[in-house]
Design a protein around this ligand. Structure first.
Ligand SMILES: *[C@@H]1O[C@H](CO)[C@@H](O)[C@H](O)[C@H]1NC(C)=O
Ligand SMILES: *[C@@H]1O[C@H](CO)[C@@H](O)[C@H](O)[C@H]1NC(C)=O
Ligand SMILES: [Zn+2]
Length: 509
């Protein structure tokens, strides 16, 4: 996950509890009931004690390799070479199988092609990334690349984002191959090396290669949302959110040039003053709230029955209460990010000397675009707010929000992922679609499929959200084992040619 992460639903601080509830319109609150996970399935496979030891050691070794991405084009190349050698050593079955082909892409990324027995079934892709954001020892309970174990947790940079997936996927395939597994449906495993700094050299090249080969994908699975416990305030049961879209982004530089001069006879306005006023206007005038116009509405509608009274009624009647809920969500930064395009002032450069009028000043603003807006619409609002011709706008990088992937009963990828979540995380009461407020490598695959799903098989409590890209990132070893099970079953579950016919749930009216 590149910035943002699962935090989107955190801090759903319920001023709504204070909301006096007088409208007797309760009937629609039961509309969305979760169909029971289809019964009569294999029980999750048990790994042997020896396998459990192996899978822990494999992750531990990977965490110790400091595969850091610093900035686009600047990554820890020797650590990444070490990682390449490491996976060859730890997953001998994967690298020696006659139907698994391996290629290195962009120098340090990996593409595995796993040939299924039925060439008529559309293949899918499992994505992960091997790079991590930097971490220094400061503030950590144990050094971030030491992979120490404490109270059942493995600590280290990359344990949640995203070596748990990069290693977990290969581990699942290794265990399946050991059990003489041969997939029916072909699939790819793509492990990028620069996700944290754009994915342009890794995932983008993997996607381009598949596109050139004429591949169409049934679905893409990547990191993203997760099993959340106590994260959505008002819901105590763990729920799983699968990201069906992610926000867009704009990196915009504002520049002001003015006549240089001596500070003893200053002009009325300097470049610093003009620029500061412009960026301040952007900060003081946030983009409009769009709650109800984007897919975040569906998340709340589908989760409605999981909320305690009276929130279940509120969420079940969003056709009526959306404006109120939207105002509550707007209040806190983490939920504000769900309902609007965010504006973050991130860089400011100006000045050369204490007694010189600066010839120019520039500032960079980072916007994360709500799924109901486009790059052009945001730039239009920015121009109207800045409203000063002396301020030149220069777009450094921009992309629209990702299209919303389907999540209905016929959506193969969504349903396979949902079923696998219920199988492996049986405590989860509901699986619902959600919006990723950060970006992932999967966005490079938009031309290959309309079905991109962002779900990390990890279990997050509220206090864990800050560990991703933060201090003391850690994963419970028991949960990591379930992560491997998740990929193990995802591969097996994807082997069916089509979804079983949906049967109407008894609760449905
Ligand atoms: C902004 O100004 C700084 C300092 O002069 C300069 O290094 C940087 O390249 C400028 N950024 C842009 C995007 O023009
Ligand atoms: C998808 O295809 C369009 C049109 O050919 C192209 O402009 C765009 O860059 C492609 N996107 C990606 C992520 O490859
Ligand atoms: Zn990540």
């Amino acid at each position: 996950m590149a910035r943002g992460g699962a935090a989107g639903l955190a801090g759903f601080g319920l001023g709504l509890a204070l909301f006096v509830f007088t409208v007797p319109l309760l009937l629609r609150s039961c509309r969305f009931s979760e169909p029971q996970a289809e019964g009569a399935r294999r029980r999750p496979v048990g790994f042997s004690a020896q396998e459990k030891e192996q899978l822990r050691e494999a992750l531990r070794g990977a965490i110790r390799i400091p595969t850091v991405s610093f900035s686009p084009g600047k990554v820890a190349t020797s650590a990444m070479e070490e990682f390449s050698a490491y996976i060859r050593k730890v997953f001998p079955g994967v690298f020696s199988s006659s139907f698994v082909q391996h290629e290195v892409i962009g120098g340090y990324s990996h593409l595995f092609t796993v040939q299924g027995s039925d060439p008529h079934l559309q293949p899918y892709v499992l994505l992960a990334h091997l790079d991590v954001v930097p971490a220094s020892d400061e503030g950590w309970e144990v050094p971030p690349f030491s992979a120490q174990e404490r109270d059942g947790f493995l600590y280290g940079r990359g344990t949640l984002d995203d070596k748990n997936a990069a290693i977990g996927i290969l581990q699942a395939l290794e265990f399946l191959l050991k059990r003489q597994y041969r997939p029916v449906r072909s699939f790819y495993i793509g492990i990028g090396h620069d996700e944290e700094v754009s994915g342009n050299d890794g995932a983008r090249k993997i996607a381009a290669k598949l596109e050139r080969a004429g591949v169409r994908l049934s679905f893409v699975s990547d990191e993203g949302l997760a099993v959340l416990e106590g994260v959505v305030k008002g819901i105590s049961e763990p729920v799983a959110l699968v990201g069906t879209t992610e926000k867009g982004a704009i990196t915009l530089t504002l520049t002001v040039h003015s006549e240089p001069g001596h500070s003893s006879f200053p002009p009325k306005e300097t470049s610093i003053g003009i620029l500061a006023a412009a960026v301040s206007r952007l900060e003081q005038n946030p983009m409009p709230s769009l709650f109800g116009k984007g897919p975040e509405l569906v998340t709340f509608e589908q989760l409605a029955t999981q909320f305690a009274f009276p929130l279940n009624v509120v969420m079940g009647n969003l056709w009526l209460f959306a404006p109120v809920v939207g105002r509550v969500l707007e209040r806190e930064p983490s939920t504000s990010a769900l309902v609007r395009t965010t504006t973050a002032l991130t860089l400011f450069h100006a000045g050369v000397k204490a007694n010189v009028i600066p010839p120019f000043a520039n500032a960079t603003v980072n916007f994360r675009i709500h799924p109901a807006q486009t790059v052009e619409e945001v730039l239009e609002l920015v121009r109207a707010t800045v409203a000063d011709e002396r301020v030149k706008l220069n777009v450094q990088d921009a992309f629209d929000p990702l299209p919303v992937s389907p999540y209905d009963e016929d959506s193969f990828g969504f349903q396979i992922i949902r079923r696998t979540i219920h199988e492996v995380f049986s405590e989860v009461s509901m699986v619902a679609p959600g919006v990723c407020i950060g970006n992932t490598d999967s966005r490079h695959f938009v031309n290959l499929t309309d079905s991109i799903y962002r779900f990390s098989p990890i279990w997050l409590k509220r206090e864990d959200l800050g560990r991703i890209h933060g201090l003391n990132e850690r994963i419970s070893l028991e949960m990591y084992e379930r992560g491997v099970q998740f990929y193990f079953h995802l591969m097996e579950n994807s082997d069916i040619a089509q979804l079983p016919k949906p049967h109407k749930s008894a609760h449905e009216l």
